[in-house]
Write a protein that binds this ligand. Structure first.
Ligand code: 5AD
Length: 359
């Protein structure tokens, strides 16, 4: 089908593309076609969410991880990483900084740890930061339902748990046998039931992943009824088993932007992040993500002394940035593309309000 007609049809209502059409759009590579795809997605973002970019101050609170994913730099088998965990006071200070910056939303991320100590550590943080009334996203991996419920009760509003790939066979190749795809899906379902704004996402350009698998990922986002999507290009990390498998990072970058655009065209009113991994491959990667239909950026506010410890992939940017200067730089780079930061707004996805109303 002709591209312009396909893009018009996608904008009429959500989910208005067949899986082969999703794949067709994801594959676009001619500059004029890619530009048309990104423009259509951006237009839809403006129509559904208005102008402006919502921010979440990202605090990487610890890099200890019980998981051993074959692609990730902080996998438990990587003994070359020095492990850290921020103190509760350090996290509270970072949250205060986010508040002072006027960001209104905070994301706390760490490796996956399931223990009573960890549950209580997060609980204490949530209690301490509650007076700031920030929109709080947790990204702390798979947990038992009671743990999700406890954190929800203490004020966490959103949870981000990437499925990493919705292709179960590929999932099995990228993780040790002890990691269960089914449990990850189960976690997503219980998070949704508990009333969290549900975030998930995938890596793009994984060894063994093809266009049909990415199209399937987008359909998975719909099936799981996600409110927020965080995706980025896969970037090899030297201390991982997958480091030996070459990848075409230029291709992954292009595919990642196309994934943002096609996800916007398929889901319409969800939050989509332009992630740090895009910025790792191109200095203006996040801005290009916004121009392809994303509406959220997660500036890193982790204390600098810990940043080298949280390298999930090679070339992670901003290991030594000045956090205040980075804030100004983001204001400027967004205004250069005709955008602006939505200060003092939490930036909840309209999709969540709609989902809750239909429950
Ligand atoms: N390249 C890109 N993203 C990665 N992540 C982990 N390892 C890599 C990598 N090598 C992503 C995963 C995880 C998130 C925190 O970081 O998707 O969910």
């Amino acid at each position: 089908m002709e591209l312009a007609a396909l893009l018009d049809r996608a904008a009429v209502r959500p989910h208005n593309l067949a899986s082969e059409e999703l794949a067709q759009l994801l594959s676009l590579e001619k500059p004029d076609e890619v530009a048309a795809l990104h423009q259509a997605a951006r237009k839809l973002k403006l129509a559904k969410l208005g102008s402006g970019v919502a921010l979440r101050g990202l605090v990487e609170i610890g890099n200890r991880c019980a998981k051993d994913c074959y692609y990730c730099g902080i996998r438990s088998s990587n003994k070359t990483v020095e492990r850290y965990q921020l103190s509760v006071d350090e996290v509270v200070s970072a949250a205060q900084l986010v508040y002072d910056f006027g960001y209104a939303s905070l994301a706390l991320q760490s490796g996956e740890m399931e223990s009573t100590d960890n549950t209580e550590y997060i609980a204490e943080i949530l209690e301490r930061i509650a007076p700031l009334k920030l929109g709080v996203t947790l990204s702390l991996g798979e947990q038992r339902e009671e743990v999700f419920a406890r954190w929800r009760q203490l004020g966490a509003a959103r949870y981000l748990l990437r499925i990493e790939t919705s292709d179960e066979q590929l999932y099995a190749k990228l993780h040790p046998a002890t990691h269960s795809y089914a449990r990850r899906v189960e976690c997503l379902r219980s998070l949704a039931q508990l009333g969290y704004q549900l975030g998930t996402g995938v890596m793009i350009g994984l060894p063994g992943q093809d266009i049909n698998s990415l199209a399937h990922d987008i359909i998975f986002f719909k099936t799981i009824n996600a409110d927020m999507i965080g995706m980025g290009p896969y970037i090899p990390h030297v201390a991982t088993p997958l480091a030996q498998t070459p990848v075409d990072t230029a291709l992954n970058f292009r595919l990642a932007l196309n994934m943002i655009a096609v996800t916007r065209l398929y889901l319409h009113d969800v939050n989509i992040a332009a992630t740090t991994a895009l910025q790792a491959l191109a200095p203006e990667g996040r801005e290009r993500g916004i121009l392809a239909g994303a509406n959220v950026i997660m500036p890193n506010v982790t204390p600098l002394k810990c940043r080298t410890g949280y390298q999930l992939y090679a070339g992670k940017p901003n290991l030594d940035e000045n956090i205040v200067a980075a804030r100004t730089a983001l204001d400027e780079s967004l205004s250069a593309i005709g955008e602006h930061v939505l200060y003092h707004q939490r930036g909840d996805a309209p999709h969540h309000a709609r989902r809750m109303a239909n429950l």
